[in-house]
Design a protein around this ligand. Structure first.
Ligand code: 5GP
Length: 238
């Protein structure tokens, strides 16, 4: 499968057309951004690590019956996947309070939530990805029907039920993560984007160390080593 014209360049990936109109290729970039693009950097090898981590996690989710856009990993930085029209909602799943939840609502950082929280953010850089509820999503026309929001929330919880124990077994707490969904050509809502330490928070169960993009966001250093460690644990090389 060959890369054709560049369709879109995002902050972390470039999207290319292929010779099959139903399939596209994502190129995982080494670029890092935070705080709505205000903080920028690049870390050689980060894109390849995220491609490999996402590949393993998409395969895991597919094996549990979750529909995703994943087709196959082509090489270090490229993933072949189904074309889908992206729904402009970031679905945030949280097991432990930290980040914007602690900042916005004053919930103690590190507090285990009494139940898994699922939130929606409007995927809109110019507005700073504001938090929205179901009515906002419908008024904005981000989806047509309430059912679609219910499905995204249900699948997000299913994904958490798969990933949380999976990572616990590998010595990592799945603190929170961001998912994106899209509609394939048949109109099915499927999981798209990536699942990687760029959009998940992982804390080492023993040391409490942050093993995700917060190393960059908080200027802690050691981002690549942490991402490599996450991949090694996924691959059972711990
Ligand atoms: P928070 O709202 O606390 O900043 O983020 C919650 C979770 O969603 C974190 O795991 C974070 O990585 C992810 N997340 C939220 N918004 C974005 C985003 O715009 N880009 C990326 N890569 N991750 C996000």
């Amino acid at each position: 499968m060959e890369k054709r014209a560049l369709l879109y360049e995002g902050k972390a990936k470039k999207l290319y057309l292929t010779d099959d109109e139903n399939l596209v290729i994502s190129e995982f970039k080494d670029d890092l951004t935070a705080f709505n693009g205000e903080k920028k950097s690049s870390e050689a090898g980060k894109g390849a690590l995220n491609n490999k981590i996402s590949t393993e996690l998409f395969k895991l989710l597919e094996s549990h019956g979750i529909q995703t856009h994943f087709v196959k990993m082509l090489d270090d930085n490229h993933m072949l996947h189904k074309k889908a029209s992206v729904i402009l909602i970031e679905v945030i799943v949280r097991n432990i309070a930290t980040g914007s939840l602690s900042r916005n609502l004053g919930i103690e950082d590190g507090k285990v939530l009494p139940f898994t929280l699922v939130e929606f953010d409007y995927k809109n850089d110019a507005l700073g990805d504001p938090k929205i509820n179901d009515q906002h999503a419908l008024i904005l026309g981000l989806v047509e029907y309430q059912d679609e929001l219910d499905k995204m929330r249900r699948v997000a919880r299913q994904i958490n039920d798969i990933l949380k124990p999976y990572f616990a077994e590998k010595g990592l707490k799945l603190v929170d993560f961001k998912l994106e969904f899209g509609k394939d050509k048949e109109g099915n809502i499927i999981l798209v984007d990536e699942i990687s330490p760029d959009n998940c928070r992982f804390w080492d169960i023993e040391s409490g160390e942050k093993m995700d993009k917060d190393r960059f966001r908080q200027g802690l250093g050691g981002l690549k080593v942490a991402y490599e460690e996450v991949l090694n644990r996924i691959l059972g090389k711990k």
